[in-house]
Ligand binder design. Structure first.
Ligand code: AP5
Ligand code: ZN
Length: 215
């Protein structure tokens, strides 16, 4: 299955991605995770991306498109993939179309997770992420079993640098301007699924599976 996860910052894309890739046995391609890994490793790409990410701005299209192009040609993508956080601009969506055409891949569905603005700020500001494995928690909605420790690997939890109220507000503004138009873009292609993201994590996942039509 070839899927895209679309939705504003804090909508629950990363949270749902974990369950989706497990169920359908496809690789999870998160441009945000790839960029954060590059920052952690101090690569040239990471140093460039950091400037934009810390301010809540999008990293330039050409950098992100190159990452995804490379990743899609890897062998594990033959069976399918889940793109999370990409595309985020019409230019990225057009480049993706071109790349998929040349690989003779067709998208199955674009899952759009919808959540109100107030809830998004609460979710992102309360998010805690494992420093070691990247698993995501929330101080109110998704607590780890032991305070401050990851359930998966026991690693220490921390707050993402771009999860302050100010930067999250900026990210939402950027989403509304540059990414939201993609809802129409994929609706016109007839492959958009709208999911109510303001429900329990498990219910959101159930709705996604039902909408994909593959139990
Ligand atoms: P990225 O990492 O993609 O972040 P994002 O899109 O802003 O999304 P988030 O990771 O903040 O949220 P999410 O939807 O995954 O929510 P989560 O599941 O964690 O991008 C970061 C930056 O990288 C960008 O700002 C940009 O600079 C750059 N970048 C990345 N891709 C790019 C691209 N294509 N082009 C240009 N630049 C790019 O959930 C949030 C919280 O809510 C968690 O604490 C979770 O536990 C909780 N939660 C989840 N679901 C529920 C629920 N149903 N009920 C209650 N709580 C819930
Ligand atoms: Zn962990």
């Amino acid at each position: 299955m070839r899927l895209i996860l679309l939705g504003p910052p804090g909508a629950g894309k990363g949270t749902q991605a974990v369950s989706i890739v497990k169920k359908y046995n496809i690789p999870h391609i998160s441009t945000g995770d790839i960029l954060r890994k590059n920052i952690k490793e101090g690569t040239e790409l990471g140093n460039k991306a950091k400037e934009y990410m810390d301010k809540g701005l999008l990293v330039p299209d050409e950098l992100v498109v190159a990452i995804v192009k490379d990743r899609l040609t890897e062998e594990d993508c033959i069976q399918g993939f889940l793109l999370d956080g990409f595309p985020r601009t019409v230019m990225q969506a057009d480049s993706l179309d071109t790349e998929l055409n040349s690989l003779k891949y067709e998208l199955d569905k674009v899952i759009n997770i919808d959540v109100s603005k107030e809830e998004l700020i609460d979710r992102a500001v309360g998010r805690r992420v494992c420093k070691d494995c990247g698993a995501t928690y929330h101080i109110k909605f998704n607590l780890p079993k032991a305070e401050g420790k990851c359930d998966v690997c026991g690693g220490e939890l921390h707050q993402r640098k771009d999860d302050t109220e100010e930067t999250v507000s900026k990210r939402i503004e950027v989403y509304l301007e540059q990414t939201k138009p993609l809802i129409n873009y994929y609706e016109e292609k007839g492959i958009l699924i709208n999911i109510d993201g303001k429900q329990d994590i498990d219910k959101v996942f159930q709705d996604i599976v039902t909408a994909l039509g593959r139990e």
